[in-house]
Design a protein around this ligand. Structure first.
Ligand SMILES: [Zn+2]
Length: 215
């Protein structure tokens, strides 16, 4: 059983890659967003506190996140491959993540980092449009709406998120690169860092991944 951790800035395509691994290789997809939502629905007391941060648009503190994780992991099949997604957001979370895995009898096999250049990030994200009514998302290159500027589902006028404008993308990427570097260094030292260029096609990246992961 493999245990891997996926990381990459938004627009790098990691979610699409993970969908393939789930479908074809039986991976469990384990991320914090689902954990916050589902545990909150179940009225978990830690999730109720986490929700207050979440609601204010703030990061949920590390201690709280890792207090929720052991409860969340119970619902995943221990006999399957596990793929965590963006569950180590700063270097301070690394020992917490190690302890969490240890408590399940697993160790991290690979840290998979999707590298995205500023140029590619801007090309991908600035072509992204969303529906303000139903939340559907579109992409001028990869997922076009049927009638230009109009949502397929509900007919509303599509808009571009403030965050997806080129200047914002560039700033966000700089901030991402600054915070990710100490994390990459740690996993590089452990010899388990796998860096994937996020620019090629979905299929090419998929092939590189399964080869590198020995699937
Ligand atoms: Zn819509």
């Amino acid at each position: 059983m493999l245990t891997i951790l996926f990381h990459g800035t938004s627009g790098c395509g990691k979610d699409t890659q993970l969908e393939y691994l789930q479908k074809d290789y039986g991976f469990e997809n384990i991320g914090t967003g689902d954990m916050f939502r589902k545990l909150y629905e179940q009225k978990d007391p830690d999730a109720i506190i986490a929700h207050e941060y979440w609601n204010r648009g703030e990061f949920v503190p590390n201690d709280l996140v890792y207090k929720m994780f052991p409860k969340w992991l119970k619902q995943f099949d221990p006999n399957k491959n596990w793929a965590f997604v963006s569950t180590v957001r700063d270097a301070g979370q690394i020992p917490m993540f190690d302890a969490l895995l240890e408590s399940t009898g697993r160790t991290l096999d690979r840290f998979v980092h999707f590298k995205l250049s500023e140029e590619t990030a801007i090309e991908r994200m600035s072509l992204r449009w969303i529906c303000p009514e139903c939340g559907a998302s579109y992409h001028e290159k990869f997922k076009k709406e049927d009638v230009k500027g109009i949502c397929n589902n509900c007919g509303a006028q599509l808009i571009q998120r403030e965050d997806d404008k080129p200047g914002k993308i560039s700033n966000r990427l700089k901030e991402y690169n600054r915070t990710i570097e100490p994390i990459l260094e740690e996993y590089r030292n452990r010899g388990i860092l796998l860096e994937i260029d996020a620019a090629p096609s979905i299929e090419e990246i998929h092939n590189t991944l399964i080869k590198e992961l020995g699937l």
